[in-house]
Design a binder for this molecule. Sequence first.
Ligand code: SAM
Ligand code: DTB
Ligand code: SF4
Length: 364
Amino acid sequence: MKVNPAYNTKESLLELYNKPLLELVFEAATVHRQFHNPREVQMSSLLSIKTGGCPEDCGYCPQAARYHTDVEAHKLMTVDSVIEQAKNAKANGSSRLCMGAAWREVRDNKDFDNVIEMVQAVNDLDMEVCCTLGMMNEDQAKRLKNAGLFAYNHNLDSSKEFYGDVISTREYEDRLNTIDNARKAGITVCSGGIIGMGEAIEDRVGLLLSYMEMENPPESIPINALVAVEGTPLEDQKPIEQWEMIRMVATTRIAFPEATVRLSAGRTKMTMEGQALCFMAGAGSIFAGDKLLTTPNPEFNEDKEMFQILGLIPKEAFADGEKPVSKPDPIIEARKEKEAQRAKELAEAKIASAGFSPRKVTVS
Ligand code: SAM
Ligand code: DTB
Ligand code: SF4
């Protein structure tokens, strides 16, 4: 059961969200146990492969070039350094790596070729590979799928109605199109939102309703609490109470029984008890490692201790879907062939010129 038809209206979702908290958690825990192993929680690591300098105006985001935050813009990471970071995340227990780029959209250039190589390399490490690169078309999605991408993350962030209050440089419809392109390419979809941006509860359930209305709702739904970053338009937002995070996780769990609900940004402001209630209410994943994309997150060791205290087990890679096969990328292969041909021609020219000895000219 991908969606729970009892909660396919705004009214029913609102009623659910507003239930007495412990009733809500109990109902969510019951659903969770029918579809998931409640002891398993996936550790997923984030890696900002291209940081800052983004042309968009997402009001929450420290990476938007137009806001004056402490984030410095960097070029795309190299494939080798991504592999090193991925190995480190895996050694610390992560079974999934989500690579994020501060791009409005994917462009067909050398940087994207490098991302394709990163996807191939991380998939070869037997980790689930997720990318979040902004908007993309169907051909780009197919290239990522061919490289071995397991999931594409593209958040709707909030309800259709509230979205325009936070972002003006891109429409809700654009986001839905990108999600559709990932689907058409056969990539699993990771899409969720942020609470604590000043939205009403109607907007929180409105986000869930948008997923309910999809022909094929996401396999993975990250729930983020806003990390209010100085310099962004949302810098002064009051932090949400952790009860709200628990409610949102529980409501999402009940509405989408099969999805992995990810307890995402905002854990540094939560207690272990608060997080425990999220796991009880169906959160099946956390972001692990001391950094999200640009903001702090609990350290690996802190989470390891929490897992031990709560009796949680890190979930293995590909427990919910087969490992994709990484196939050679035709564009990269063609480029490599061209480079090899050019190198051969240069070598031949060198040999030819070595056999040629210019006549000595004596100057009297
Ligand atoms: N540029 C791409 C895009 O926007 O699709 C990918 C990277 S973007 C940083 C990925 C997601 O991170 C956003 O959609 C948003 O949901 C989340 N995010 C960004 N800044 C955040 C913040 N300050 N607090 C919580 N979540 C945030
Ligand atoms: C998601 O929903 N949350 C992650 C991941 N998907 C890409 C990103 C959180 C970013 C928090 C702000 C930052 O660290 O820059
Ligand atoms: Fe750019 Fe993504 Fe940040 Fe929006 S959320 S400003 S698109 S990096």
